[in-house]
Ligand binder design. Structure first.
Ligand code: ZN
Ligand code: ZN
Length: 271
Protein backbone atom coordinates (compact mmCIF):
# COMPACT_ATOMS: atom_id res chain seq x y z
CA UNK A 1 0.00 0.00 0.00
CA UNK A 2 1.18 3.52 -0.73
CA UNK A 3 0.37 6.17 1.87
CA UNK A 4 -2.19 5.75 4.64
CA UNK A 5 -4.55 8.69 5.14
CA UNK A 6 -7.13 9.04 7.89
CA UNK A 7 -10.03 7.11 6.32
CA UNK A 8 -7.97 4.17 5.09
CA UNK A 9 -9.72 1.60 7.29
CA UNK A 10 -13.14 2.80 6.14
CA UNK A 11 -12.05 2.53 2.51
CA UNK A 12 -10.82 -1.02 3.13
CA UNK A 13 -14.32 -1.94 4.33
CA UNK A 14 -16.00 -0.08 1.51
CA UNK A 15 -13.95 -1.83 -1.18
CA UNK A 16 -13.80 -5.16 0.69
CA UNK A 17 -10.01 -5.21 0.87
CA UNK A 18 -8.60 -7.87 3.16
CA UNK A 19 -6.07 -5.97 5.24
CA UNK A 20 -4.54 -9.19 6.57
CA UNK A 21 -2.86 -9.38 3.13
CA UNK A 22 -1.11 -6.09 3.75
CA UNK A 23 2.60 -6.67 4.38
CA UNK A 24 4.34 -3.56 3.06
CA UNK A 25 3.31 0.08 3.48
CA UNK A 26 5.19 2.82 1.63
CA UNK A 27 4.71 6.32 3.07
CA UNK A 28 5.82 9.21 0.87
CA UNK A 29 6.12 11.97 3.50
CA UNK A 30 5.03 13.31 6.85
CA UNK A 31 2.01 15.41 5.84
CA UNK A 32 -1.18 14.25 7.56
CA UNK A 33 -3.12 13.46 4.38
CA UNK A 34 -0.52 10.73 3.68
CA UNK A 35 0.13 9.15 7.07
CA UNK A 36 -2.46 9.95 9.75
CA UNK A 37 -4.25 6.61 9.27
CA UNK A 38 -1.23 4.49 10.01
CA UNK A 39 -1.28 4.30 13.81
CA UNK A 40 -5.01 3.51 13.78
CA UNK A 41 -4.54 0.82 11.16
CA UNK A 42 -1.74 -0.86 13.14
CA UNK A 43 -3.78 -0.63 16.34
CA UNK A 44 -6.73 -2.38 14.64
CA UNK A 45 -4.47 -5.06 13.23
CA UNK A 46 -3.19 -5.74 16.74
CA UNK A 47 -6.72 -5.93 18.20
CA UNK A 48 -7.73 -8.39 15.49
CA UNK A 49 -4.87 -10.70 16.41
CA UNK A 50 -2.60 -10.23 13.43
CA UNK A 51 0.54 -12.39 13.45
CA UNK A 52 2.33 -11.49 10.19
CA UNK A 53 5.00 -8.78 10.05
CA UNK A 54 4.24 -5.34 8.62
CA UNK A 55 7.06 -3.41 6.94
CA UNK A 56 6.82 0.37 6.89
CA UNK A 57 8.99 2.30 4.47
CA UNK A 58 9.05 5.99 5.34
CA UNK A 59 11.35 9.02 5.56
CA UNK A 60 13.56 9.12 8.65
CA UNK A 61 11.80 12.09 10.23
CA UNK A 62 8.42 10.35 10.03
CA UNK A 63 9.76 7.16 11.57
CA UNK A 64 11.12 9.21 14.49
CA UNK A 65 7.65 10.70 15.02
CA UNK A 66 5.74 7.45 14.58
CA UNK A 67 7.77 5.23 16.87
CA UNK A 68 6.62 6.75 20.20
CA UNK A 69 2.99 6.83 19.00
CA UNK A 70 3.12 3.20 17.99
CA UNK A 71 4.78 2.27 21.29
CA UNK A 72 1.91 3.99 23.07
CA UNK A 73 -1.10 2.92 20.97
CA UNK A 74 -0.05 -0.49 19.65
CA UNK A 75 1.10 -2.17 22.84
CA UNK A 76 1.75 -5.92 22.89
CA UNK A 77 1.21 -6.39 19.17
CA UNK A 78 1.51 -10.03 18.21
CA UNK A 79 3.40 -9.08 15.04
CA UNK A 80 6.59 -7.24 14.17
CA UNK A 81 6.42 -3.69 12.87
CA UNK A 82 9.61 -3.24 10.85
CA UNK A 83 10.65 0.30 10.00
CA UNK A 84 12.70 0.78 6.83
CA UNK A 85 14.04 4.33 6.42
CA UNK A 86 13.84 5.31 2.75
CA UNK A 87 16.99 7.44 2.94
CA UNK A 88 19.01 4.30 3.72
CA UNK A 89 18.02 2.69 0.42
CA UNK A 90 18.72 5.42 -2.11
CA UNK A 91 20.46 4.04 -5.19
CA UNK A 92 19.33 0.47 -4.48
CA UNK A 93 15.93 -1.23 -4.31
CA UNK A 94 13.85 -0.36 -1.29
CA UNK A 95 12.11 -3.73 -1.57
CA UNK A 96 12.44 -6.73 -3.85
CA UNK A 97 11.22 -10.28 -4.18
CA UNK A 98 11.26 -12.80 -7.03
CA UNK A 99 8.74 -10.86 -9.09
CA UNK A 100 8.96 -7.19 -8.26
CA UNK A 101 11.34 -4.41 -7.31
CA UNK A 102 10.39 -1.14 -5.59
CA UNK A 103 12.68 1.88 -5.90
CA UNK A 104 12.21 5.20 -4.11
CA UNK A 105 12.99 8.48 -5.87
CA UNK A 106 13.22 12.02 -4.43
CA UNK A 107 10.36 14.47 -4.93
CA UNK A 108 10.38 18.25 -4.49
CA UNK A 109 8.06 19.19 -1.64
CA UNK A 110 8.08 21.20 1.57
CA UNK A 111 9.33 18.28 3.68
CA UNK A 112 11.43 15.21 2.72
CA UNK A 113 9.23 13.37 0.24
CA UNK A 114 9.67 10.32 -2.00
CA UNK A 115 7.94 8.66 -4.92
CA UNK A 116 7.92 4.91 -5.56
CA UNK A 117 8.53 2.95 -8.72
CA UNK A 118 7.08 -0.57 -8.77
CA UNK A 119 8.62 -2.56 -11.57
CA UNK A 120 8.21 -6.24 -12.37
CA UNK A 121 11.42 -8.15 -12.96
CA UNK A 122 12.00 -9.47 -16.49
CA UNK A 123 9.92 -12.58 -17.03
CA UNK A 124 10.83 -15.91 -18.57
CA UNK A 125 10.15 -16.80 -22.21
CA UNK A 126 7.00 -18.80 -22.93
CA UNK A 127 7.71 -22.35 -24.02
CA UNK A 128 5.43 -23.58 -26.83
CA UNK A 129 3.31 -26.60 -25.96
CA UNK A 130 3.88 -28.12 -29.41
CA UNK A 131 7.67 -27.94 -28.90
CA UNK A 132 7.42 -29.90 -25.67
CA UNK A 133 5.37 -32.55 -27.45
CA UNK A 134 7.44 -32.67 -30.64
CA UNK A 135 10.79 -33.09 -28.89
CA UNK A 136 9.49 -34.92 -25.82
CA UNK A 137 10.94 -32.34 -23.43
CA UNK A 138 9.98 -33.50 -19.94
CA UNK A 139 12.94 -32.74 -17.70
CA UNK A 140 12.25 -29.81 -15.33
CA UNK A 141 15.84 -28.53 -15.62
CA UNK A 142 15.61 -28.52 -19.44
CA UNK A 143 12.35 -26.56 -19.30
CA UNK A 144 13.87 -24.03 -16.89
CA UNK A 145 16.92 -23.68 -19.18
CA UNK A 146 14.77 -23.13 -22.26
CA UNK A 147 12.51 -20.59 -20.50
CA UNK A 148 15.64 -18.59 -19.67
CA UNK A 149 16.64 -18.48 -23.36
CA UNK A 150 18.74 -21.63 -23.70
CA UNK A 151 18.70 -24.04 -26.67
CA UNK A 152 17.62 -27.66 -26.33
CA UNK A 153 19.87 -30.59 -27.17
CA UNK A 154 17.95 -33.74 -28.13
CA UNK A 155 19.17 -37.15 -26.89
CA UNK A 156 20.80 -37.74 -30.33
CA UNK A 157 22.76 -34.47 -30.00
CA UNK A 158 20.73 -32.20 -32.31
CA UNK A 159 20.63 -28.57 -31.14
CA UNK A 160 17.16 -26.99 -31.33
CA UNK A 161 17.52 -23.19 -31.19
CA UNK A 162 15.54 -21.37 -28.52
CA UNK A 163 13.59 -19.26 -31.04
CA UNK A 164 12.00 -22.44 -32.34
CA UNK A 165 10.90 -23.51 -28.88
CA UNK A 166 9.64 -20.32 -27.27
CA UNK A 167 7.80 -17.05 -27.74
CA UNK A 168 9.00 -13.76 -26.14
CA UNK A 169 8.19 -13.13 -22.47
CA UNK A 170 5.32 -10.90 -21.40
CA UNK A 171 6.85 -7.41 -20.97
CA UNK A 172 7.34 -6.48 -17.29
CA UNK A 173 4.80 -3.96 -16.04
CA UNK A 174 5.59 -0.81 -14.07
CA UNK A 175 3.77 1.78 -11.98
CA UNK A 176 5.16 5.00 -10.54
CA UNK A 177 3.59 6.99 -7.70
CA UNK A 178 4.76 10.60 -7.69
CA UNK A 179 2.98 12.76 -5.12
CA UNK A 180 3.32 15.40 -3.56
CA UNK A 181 5.78 17.27 -5.72
CA UNK A 182 6.71 19.99 -8.12
CA UNK A 183 7.68 18.43 -11.46
CA UNK A 184 11.11 16.86 -10.96
CA UNK A 185 12.86 16.35 -14.30
CA UNK A 186 15.66 14.49 -12.50
CA UNK A 187 13.33 11.47 -12.18
CA UNK A 188 12.50 11.20 -15.90
CA UNK A 189 15.33 8.78 -16.64
CA UNK A 190 14.42 6.35 -13.83
CA UNK A 191 10.76 6.39 -14.87
CA UNK A 192 11.50 6.10 -18.60
CA UNK A 193 8.69 4.22 -20.38
CA UNK A 194 6.66 3.58 -17.20
CA UNK A 195 3.28 1.94 -17.94
CA UNK A 196 1.31 4.05 -15.50
CA UNK A 197 2.40 7.28 -13.85
CA UNK A 198 0.36 8.68 -10.96
CA UNK A 199 1.33 12.33 -10.53
CA UNK A 200 0.47 15.25 -8.30
CA UNK A 201 -2.04 17.51 -10.09
CA UNK A 202 -3.20 19.65 -7.19
CA UNK A 203 -3.94 22.78 -9.21
CA UNK A 204 -5.17 24.09 -12.54
CA UNK A 205 -2.90 26.31 -14.62
CA UNK A 206 -4.52 29.52 -13.28
CA UNK A 207 -3.06 28.60 -9.86
CA UNK A 208 0.45 27.89 -11.17
CA UNK A 209 2.01 30.45 -8.81
CA UNK A 210 0.28 28.82 -5.84
CA UNK A 211 1.43 25.39 -7.03
CA UNK A 212 4.99 26.64 -6.99
CA UNK A 213 4.63 28.26 -3.57
CA UNK A 214 3.14 25.09 -2.07
CA UNK A 215 5.57 22.76 -3.88
CA UNK A 216 2.81 21.00 -5.82
CA UNK A 217 2.14 20.60 -9.56
CA UNK A 218 -0.52 21.78 -11.95
CA UNK A 219 -2.28 19.18 -14.11
CA UNK A 220 -0.48 20.55 -17.16
CA UNK A 221 2.89 20.20 -15.45
CA UNK A 222 2.03 16.61 -14.57
CA UNK A 223 1.25 15.99 -18.25
CA UNK A 224 4.52 17.63 -19.25
CA UNK A 225 6.39 15.29 -16.94
CA UNK A 226 4.52 12.28 -18.39
CA UNK A 227 5.76 13.34 -21.86
CA UNK A 228 9.29 13.75 -20.50
CA UNK A 229 9.44 10.23 -19.09
CA UNK A 230 7.54 8.69 -22.04
CA UNK A 231 4.88 7.25 -19.75
CA UNK A 232 2.24 5.12 -21.44
CA UNK A 233 -0.57 6.43 -19.26
CA UNK A 234 -0.95 9.27 -16.75
CA UNK A 235 -3.24 9.32 -13.74
CA UNK A 236 -3.90 12.68 -12.10
CA UNK A 237 -4.55 12.93 -8.37
CA UNK A 238 -4.25 14.93 -5.15
CA UNK A 239 -6.66 17.63 -6.40
CA UNK A 240 -7.25 20.74 -4.36
CA UNK A 241 -10.71 20.78 -2.78
CA UNK A 242 -11.28 24.22 -4.36
CA UNK A 243 -12.38 22.51 -7.59
CA UNK A 244 -15.97 21.21 -7.57
CA UNK A 245 -15.11 18.83 -10.41
CA UNK A 246 -11.74 17.89 -11.81
CA UNK A 247 -12.84 18.31 -15.46
CA UNK A 248 -10.71 21.41 -15.91
CA UNK A 249 -7.61 19.61 -14.63
CA UNK A 250 -8.22 16.74 -17.03
CA UNK A 251 -8.82 19.09 -19.97
CA UNK A 252 -5.59 20.96 -19.31
CA UNK A 253 -3.56 17.75 -19.01
CA UNK A 254 -5.06 16.01 -22.06
CA UNK A 255 -3.92 18.88 -24.31
CA UNK A 256 -0.33 17.97 -23.44
CA UNK A 257 -0.63 14.21 -22.79
CA UNK A 258 -3.76 12.64 -24.32
CA UNK A 259 -3.70 9.31 -22.46
CA UNK A 260 -4.62 10.85 -19.10
CA UNK A 261 -7.25 9.75 -16.58
CA UNK A 262 -8.47 11.09 -13.25
CA UNK A 263 -7.78 9.03 -10.13
CA UNK A 264 -11.39 8.70 -9.05
CA UNK A 265 -12.23 6.96 -5.79
CA UNK A 266 -12.48 3.18 -6.13
CA UNK A 267 -10.91 3.15 -9.58
CA UNK A 268 -9.21 -0.12 -10.51
CA UNK A 269 -6.81 -0.15 -13.39
CA UNK A 270 -5.43 -3.14 -15.23
CA UNK A 271 -1.85 -2.78 -16.48
ZN1 ZN B 1 2.38 17.06 1.23
ZN1 ZN C 1 -0.69 15.66 0.24
Amino acid sequence: MVDCAEATQLQFMRYRFRDSRLGHIFISHSHGDHCLGLVGLLSSQSLWGRRDDINIYAPNELIDMLMPQIDFFVKNAGFNICFRPIEDAMGRPLYEDEEIEVTAFPLIHRVPCFGFLFREKPRERHIKRESIERYGIGNADDIKHIKRGGDYITPDGTVIPNQELTTPPTPPRSYAYSSDTMPNAANAELLDGVDLLYHDATYAEAEAALAEAMCHSTARQAAGFAVMCKAKKLMLGHYSSRYKTEDRLLEEAVKVFPNTVLANEGLRMEL
